[in-house]
Write a protein that binds this ligand. Sequence first.
Ligand code: ZN
Length: 506
Amino acid sequence: MESIAARTLILAFIMLVSLVACQLGEPAITPAPTHGASHPFDVAWDDRAIFREGLIESEQEALGRLPGASVYRIDFQIADDLFLLEGHEQVRYTNQEDEPLHDIYFRLFSNTAGGKTTVSALQVDDQEVEPVYEFEDSALRVPLPVALQPGEQAVIQMDFEVQVAREMAGNYGLFGYFEGVLVLDEFYPVIPAYDDEGWNVEVPPPNADVTHFDASFYLVRVTAPDSLTVAASGVEVGREYKADTQILTFAAGPARDFYLAASEDYIVVSETVGETTINSYALSEWTAGAELALQFATNALRGFSKRFGDYPYTEFDIVSTPMQALGMEYPGIIAITLKEYDPEAEFSGVSSQVYLESTLAHEAAHQWFYNVVGNDQIDEPWLDEAVVQYATGLYYVDAYDEAAAQRYRESWYGRWDRVDRADVPIGLPAGEYTGKEYGAIVYGRGPLFITALAEAMGQETFDQFLRDYYQSNKWGIGTADAFRQLAEDHCQCDLTALFHEWVYQR
Ligand SMILES: [Zn+2]
């Protein structure tokens, strides 16, 4: 995610000059593929063929790995007024831990984000089970009738009903129906990561990202009013029309989450980079913004693919949505605040277009660091956010030059200045920062640490290390300890003092 922050006017003017200098590509509209009408869920749990078209050729090998990844099948309907979702979910879960599990948790994030989710007809392997709501109803504990031993699998299914938020009431307004845009962040019951702490469940922190999930496979069928233009994670693998509704099926995976946004007023412009189609959605009055976002995304995918490894999917979507943050990352799709598409808008005196570019680069970089390489965003938020901020600097190097990057990097000091450059560690859990500290330290001091690390290791060694960190943790979870260990392996040096200075607990 990227939250609102002040930047300097000087930065704005310089960046605008570089903006004007960039040329817009020729967008081309690509029609969605149309497929047959057989029910997409009528396949074996281990049959991953439907996910193939969502991955570029060199990344399809992932389908043969991750044997224990959860498989979600979600079939839901969006009501005509867009304020109610009703659906059925089935998940095939594998115990990948080395101990038996007596419960499986699901997160119900809408319950702490202005909506309301209830679950009924809960079953584990066809046995009825009574759900237990915990953590201010943001979690659902499913007691297992029989303990699930390591390596064993269970199919959990349930009906769910979601009242969609009508006001921005938690988690930055990422979930709800506002200003003509339906934004479905974390709308379905989702299984959190299980690690050495056990199940990662807690009341969501108010200032930060709330998710920590394993890479999974998602097959999602949505029935929606046919007046809506729908964008979602993954690729569309089915489309039917009945009466006034459209029935769309999306396949996404491996992916760490599933997100959907829709509006009656969305236009879309598209561009192709390698095997990937980039679709940029915006409200019709902001078509110019959609084209700018498309150009920035093209730059980002080219640059980051070259540096870290290919963007894995055949589709990348950008949606412009109302929210109280600047942008938010999801697998294969990113959301950018509507305000950045308004050419007249300013953020603390800085033009919206300057923000649009840095937000776009930031959220695009999360495809590599958050989605493909996961991390615990609640306990170790710096591991994706600081790295992604640093990568945004690299975006400017690749799209323009070192001088443009240096101007962007001034924004890190601007953020850190908000706490008078206090040497608060960047490695704290999100909930241990005050609201002001979180953005200033993780997004400001964080990338300055990554810069110091690159200097200590030598730039070339650091670049190889970061690529290796990405490649060797693909579809897995990175940790601060593993990050440091791998960095030390690359530089053959002791980074203890540097990590103590910047990262660790006071
Ligand atoms: Zn972020």
